[in-house]
Design a protein around this ligand. Structure first.
Ligand SMILES: [Zn+2]
Length: 451
């Protein structure tokens, strides 16, 4: 297949050629190219062709030969709270309400500050890049720090302008959350790696007046609304007892259910609600490992996909997962879908990979730029090493990627053409310093909670 850019010999932006044994472009779905070359021109994909047809142009080009590797689009982690990586392993094996109210929220109120967010995001972003994630959709306090770290690390991020009806060190009331969030938006919205959403935490922590304001502001700024929704049955029962309606219906009444809505979790969905999600083009993010660990329930992914609802995949935070490993998350998603339907045919490998890439991009409104390896798209590319005997034999590279590839096999990562992971090492951050900071925070958090 030949997609050579006509402009390639005339433009003077940096040129890179990556020769790989296999390329899974994700779009078109189910396609696998063997012995192909992908050409990057600046931050975008300029050409995709059989390596046999590659001829180096007269201008300088950086060539990377990756035999026994498969290239996939960068993984899109559609739901994170990256600074919470500093809470990894702090309070495991507890129900969601107890986990939040007795452990996470007290730790947040006593420890979270600008430095915490900076160090936690560095830890998370390093883990994500080394695991093949090139874009994440975040919700947390001090979002300006998250944006700054993402830029420094060279990872793409959708930064949530968080709003919650209780005070934090970031903001003391709804007006301040909205005002400070929009100031961060104005400061960073022109950066090529950064996009924004409004991120009201959940229907049970944000009131109707505020949600209505967010619906209007999101329309004005033309950006998504990222919210936890229907995470557990007890959340829904409490909502029905308090308001008379299920949370999704309440959001519908407030004008929030639209293609802009990124509804995270959705473990309990009634038949009429699937129809509502499909009709309105709402986005759903499935976080199977966090749902499993907190015993929250199961999102009916295969039913949603059958009804043409876009379903993306996310890890949630490392406090409830306990990692930010999207290769593992998509494997879990595929296995859970088969387990709960007792049908091994649902969510096949190519669909699971699509969920973790293209569907994630679509959920964030970024599918024209990322989510697949196509000419003209941004060059967010991951190379997985299949050379080890443990990855052999290889009948179907898509099946291999979803069912038997681990993040240690991530060898090279490009984000917008920038080579940020090289031979399995991160080029943009200092792992030793990040580890020291994480251990230092463990000591500080433990001392505060035991004081
Ligand atoms: Zn979450």
């Amino acid at each position: 297949m030949w997609y050579f850019s006509q402009a390639m010999d005339t433009l003077q932006t940096e040129l890179q050629a990556i020769h790989s044994s296999w390329i899974i472009p994700v779009e078109p779905q189910g396609k696998v190219y063997q012995d192909h070359t992908i050409v990057l021109e600046g931050d975008r994909i300029a050409a995709l062709m059989p390596t046999a047809k590659w001829r180096a142009p007269a201008r300088p080009v950086t060539e990377t030969v990756l035999s026994e590797h498969v290239l996939i689009p960068g993984l899109v982690n559609a739901h994170t709270h990256s600074p919470m990586s500093l809470f990894r392993g702090m309070a495991d094996d507890r129900p969601l309400t107890e986990w939040l109210e007795k452990h996470i929220w007290p730790a947040e109120s006593s420890c979270v500050n600008r430095e915490f967010v900076r160090h936690g995001t560095q830890l998370a972003v390093m883990e994500m890049l080394l695991g093949g994630t090139t874009c994440f959709n975040d919700m947390y306090f001090f979002p300006d720090e998250t944006a700054a770290v993402a830029i420094e690390a060279g990872i793409r991020a959708m930064i949530g302008m968080i709003v919650i009806n209780f005070p934090s060190k970031w903001a003391s009331n709804v007006n301040e959350y909205l005002r400070k969030g929009q100031a961060v938006h104005d400061r960073y919205c022109a950066h090529p790696l950064i996009r924004f959403s409004f991120a009201p935490h959940a229907p049970y922590t944000v009131d109707d007046t505020c949600l209505k304001r967010i619906a209007t502001l999101a329309d004005e700024l033309d950006i998504p609304v990222h919210i936890h929704l229907h995470e557990t049955m007890s959340e829904i029962e409490a909502a029905v007892a308090a308001t008379g309606v299920r949370p999704l219906r309440r959001l519908e009444g407030l004008g929030l259910v639209s293609p802009r809505l990124i509804a995270v979790h959705m473990t309990s969905i009634e038949t009429g609600e699937i129809e509502l999600l499909a009709r309105t083009g709402c986005q759903v993010v499935h976080c199977p490992e966090s749902n499993l660990k907190l015993g929250s329930g199961f999102c009916p992914v295969s039913e949603l996909l059958e009804n043409q609802v876009n379903v993306a995949c996310g890890t949630d935070s490392a406090a409830s997962n306990n990692d930010l490993d999207m290769l593992s998350e998509m494997r879990t998603a595929a296995l859970v879908a088969k387990g709960i339907t007792q049908n091994p045919c649902v969510l096949p490998a190519a669909s699971a990979l699509r969920m973790a890439t293209y569907n994630g991009a679509r959920a964030l409104g970024m599918e024209s730029d990322i989510g697949s390896l196509e000419v003209g798209k941004l060059a967010d590319i991951v190379a997985l090493n299949l050379g080890d005997p443990r990855a052999h034999p290889i009948y179907d590279p898509s099946s291999q990627v979803v069912y038997s590839t681990h993040r240690d096999q991530v060898r090279e990562v490009w984000v917008g053409g920038r080579h940020v992971v090289q031979n399995g090492q991160i080029a943009t951050l200092d792992p030793e310093q990040i580890r020291r900071n994480a251990d230092n925070w463990r000591d500080r958090i433990t001392a505060k909670l035991n004081a």
